[in-house]
Write a protein that binds this ligand. Structure first.
Ligand code: FES
Length: 107
């Protein structure tokens, strides 16, 4: 479980990148929901935390593939592979990410 920031420091419609390996992007939607996915687009090397958030979708800033924050699946080309999703919790006003283990590694 990795602390990210205080909830009030992540306004609705904003995102933050954290330096996990690989990096993780944490989003707070306009509805106040929190989601975390791998930050690196599966098409090329772009940071999804720098993309455009629209509802539960984030659009990659490089070639405009969209990913569903709930599933990690791409909803438009050119990305074809999903990003991993990670569980997010808030404890005592602090946002935490529970990074999902990569395939082939221990949790
Ligand atoms: S790098 Fe994300 S769509 Fe190309």
């Amino acid at each position: 479980m990795i602390p990210v920031c205080r909830l009030e420091d992540l306004p609705e419609g904003e995102s933050v990148r954290i330096g996990t390996t690989p990096p993780t992007a944490v989003f707070r939607t306009d509805d106040g929901e929190l989601y975390a996915i791998d930050d690196t687009c599966t098409h090329q090397d772009a940071s999804l935390s720098e993309g455009w958030l629209e509802g539960c979708l984030v659009e990659c800033p490089l070639h405009a593939a969209s990913f569903d924050l709930r599933t990690g699946r791409p909803t438009s080309l050119p990305a074809r592979r999903p990003v991993r999703t990670h569980r997010v919790t808030v404890e005592d006003g602090v946002v935490h990410v529970h990074v999902t283990a990569q395939e082939g590694t221990a949790a």
